[in-house]
Design a protein around this ligand. Structure first.
Ligand code: FES
Length: 395
């Protein structure tokens, strides 16, 4: 029964007690309201009566959101928020975090709800991945809405009360305590510091040897009397990154004034096949043509939408998307799946620009307005083969 009710280790059913002396008993569930509030006859794994835990708290918000939202239609505001939150939510969960709440354009998440020992590091990892995701979203929002989209993140670590709040059917797990309030102030301190990610001293103490810190600031946070240090984190140490994110660092060399990365062995890709190489804030698609390799940025210059999904084709099929993939013509032209702009895969030049209605809108997406702007070339990268490997020239 204790297992079925998911009782914490320190909680006992009455029948599990072996009293060795006099006991005093106090009834905790007094009336119907108490009964509803404390019912454990639901299957939510997240129902908890209140435990003190050491957790990392993540706070983020969008820079200048009020003025951004005044410039966009209500639909676009919700679209922008949902697109951003969908990706950040996935990152939080992949790092074993728990999304506590969406507060307008802000998000609060908790790391360590289930006592994960690496919660402080996971919180920082999630913050760094969130910033990289925002960097991927920026060109899309800039071309779609003409806005400069960015966020700020603050992290703190300490003891909080974790428990379920709310009324029946609307409960949610949350964290309460100074550690939460302080995390929100750390996030707000980014504004004056001109930073995107700050962590508190308490969190820094947990992971100091695992992260790269660019700078620190001494501040007196609102509501606290003492001055404290906040640290600007810009990355994980390479060996920690490789371990945590199972990322194998790519071999790179300098050659003819460029940085070349080794992509894969030549025989891994058959003619007409393609592969997506994922970098921190962009992806490169490599296609094997009849007698050459082509590499290009996986973002159409029209609206910076992905030309190909990063998931594998079988997964993409289950998503039932209206446009599953861009197409490549026999003369190495790439036709974008969204509005059929066509680019030369060897030079990146525009062969045909987007098929849009005379007013510049896309059929079925008129609410987005004129999207005929941004006529620029596709970013292509030189490829070469050496010692049986394909190499891509970056910059
Ligand atoms: S996003 Fe590619 S043509 Fe519009």
């Amino acid at each position: 029964m204790a297992d079925r009710l998911r009782l914490a280790d320190e909680v006992r059913l009455a029948c599990q007690l072996r009293p060795q002396g006099e006991l005093r008993v106090r009834r905790l569930v007094l009336d119907e309201t108490d009964l509803m509030m404390t019912s454990q006859l639901c299957d939510s794994a997240a129902t908890r009566s209140g435990e003190s835990k050491r957790v990392a708290i993540f706070f983020s918000d969008i820079v200048g959101f009020t003025s951004l939202s005044e410039r966009l239609s209500p639909y676009d505001v919700m679209y922008l928020l949902n697109r951003y939150f969908a990706q950040v939510g996935e990152i939080i969960e992949q790092n074993d975090g728990f999304i506590d709440n969406f507060i307008g354009d802000g998000l609060m998440a908790i790391f360590g709800v289930d006592d994960q020992p690496d919660a402080p590091l996971r919180a920082v990892n999630a913050a760094l991945q969130t910033l990289a995701t925002v960097d991927r979203l920026k060109p899309f929002f800039a071309s779609m809405y003409g806005i400069d989209f960015d966020i700020r993140i603050g992290l703190n670590y300490g003891e909080a009360v974790i428990g379920t709040l709310g009324f029946v059917g609307h409960e949610r797990l949350t964290a309460i305590g100074d550690v939460v309030n302080l995390a929100s102030r750390v996030e707000a301190a980014n504004k004056d510091a001109g930073t995107r990610l700050l962590i508190s001293e308490a969190l820094h103490d947990q992971i100091a040897d695992k992260v790269e810190v660019a700078d620190y600031v001494r501040v007196r946070l609102r509501g606290t009397g003492e001055r404290t240090s906040l640290f600007e984190v810009i990355g994980l140490k390479p060996e920690i990154d490789a371990e945590l994110n199972a990322r194998h660092p790519r071999e790179t060399v300098r050659h003819a004034g460029r940085r070349w990365v080794r992509a894969f062995a030549e025989d891994e890709l058959q003619p007409h096949e393609r592969r997506i190489l994922t970098f921190e804030d962009f992806d490169i698609v490599v296609v094997r043509g009849p007698d050459t390799y082509c590499a290009f940025n996986n973002a159409c210059p029209h609206l910076h939408l992905p030309l190909y999904e990063r998931r594998n084709p079988a997964e993409v099929e289950t998503l039932n998307l209206p446009h599953t993939g861009s197409t490549i013509t026999s003369d190495l032209g790439l036709v974008c799946r969204w509005h059929q702009s066509c680019f030369d895969l060897l030079t990146g030049e525009v062969r045909n620009w987007a098929k849009l209605q005379p007013d510049g809108t896309s059929p079925g997406f008129e609410f987005v307005g004129d999207i005929s702007k941004n006529r620029t070339s596709l970013t292509v990268y030189p490829c070469r083969t050496q010692d049986g490997y394909v190499w891509i020239g970056l910059e």
